[in-house]
Design a protein around this ligand. Sequence first.
Ligand code: NAD
Ligand code: ZN
Ligand code: ZN
Length: 364
Amino acid sequence: MVHEVRGIVALDKGSAVRLETILVPDPGPGEALVSVAACGVCHTDLHYREGAINDDFPFLLGHEAAGTVEAVGEGVTNVAPGDYVVLAWRAPCGRCRSCRRGRPWYCFDSANAAQPMTLGDGRKLSPALGIGAFVEKTLVAAGQAVKVNPAARPQAAGLIGCGIMAGFGAAVNTGGVSRGDTVAVIGCGGVGNAAIAASAIVGARTIVAVDVDSRKLEWARRFGATHTVDATATDPVAAIKELTGGFGADVVIEAVGRPETYRQAFYARDLAGIVVQVGVPDPSMTIDLPMIELFGMGGALKSSWYGDCLPTRDFPVLIDLYLSGRLDLDGFVTETIPPDGVEEAFARMQRGEVLRSVVEFPGR
Ligand SMILES: NC(=O)c1ccc[n+]([C@@H]2O[C@H](COP(=O)([O-])OP(=O)(O)OC[C@H]3O[C@@H](n4cnc5c(N)ncnc54)[C@H](O)[C@@H]3O)[C@@H](O)[C@H]2O)c1
Ligand SMILES: [Zn+2]
Ligand SMILES: [Zn+2]
């Protein structure tokens, strides 16, 4: 059976996204059909529609979702119909060279649904990050559906499927932030603020939030920043150094994805400090750094793919932190919107008015 549903599609580069009819097949072997309850709008969705990720239009956008498993295909054992799940864009294969070396959080062959979802005219859709969840029902590899506690409302729980997990993991998994560390986070959108919240939870001593928008800095305080720096008024590198005894931070997290903020992160760390790049640059961007500084400052320059997370290990932990009141996922949900509100949500995101707009599917 083919399910005819409505979903948000980017048909071509730069054009406004549209609500289209989507055809979703029943799950085949290893697949799960998920009824989406809520899905957050991430900056990466906008990168897709701008053609900054790749040119495989049309894209079925949305990838921060929670919902209920409706049906599973042959051989699926990790989830069953009725299970409440958050969708992950990493489902470690267990067989690639990275998984076999015991590093499944880098899995180079993460599983996605084998069957395509299509537009009404038969054109195959590229699901954003192998998910595609601005749609009433979506088809994923069963391994992408991670069971979590149904007490967590979907508008909040879905966010750990991308931005929150990416920011949280960038700090804790990739950057190894722990008790007593000094941390700076450049770019305090959903991802940056999740890095701030994570740093606070694990006991970082100083957490400097940097943004060009004062509203974002107010949010950052709420999530645990000890200091804020408005980069339109103050040089962030000098400010971070001043707030860390003149030395720079142990870990600097770049959550914008631009050369100038990467450069700031590079210079705002202490000797042997760590830069974690979680912001996604576009393919035209380059950066020029003196080799003597690369050597002389030591430490590590890391990028963080999805916060180096293992969804089955980390999602339930974040949900527990939420349900026990220690991770304010609700604080990231600035507004809930109907499915056809995504284009306006992109504009609000670009104007800095939201941390997350969350699409709700009625009746779920
Ligand atoms: N690595 C991953 O796995 C992963 C996962 C999700 C998102 N991302 C990426 O992380 C980045 C942030 O995503 P988001 O959803 O939080 O986006 P967002 O638009 O909500 O936040 C970006 C923030 O950066 C701020 N900013 C812009 N220019 C700045 C500058 N020059 N200095 C300081 N701050 C500046 C903006 O004001 C905004 O608050 C995006 O590039 C997104 O694609 C990466
Ligand atoms: Zn693998
Ligand atoms: Zn995302």
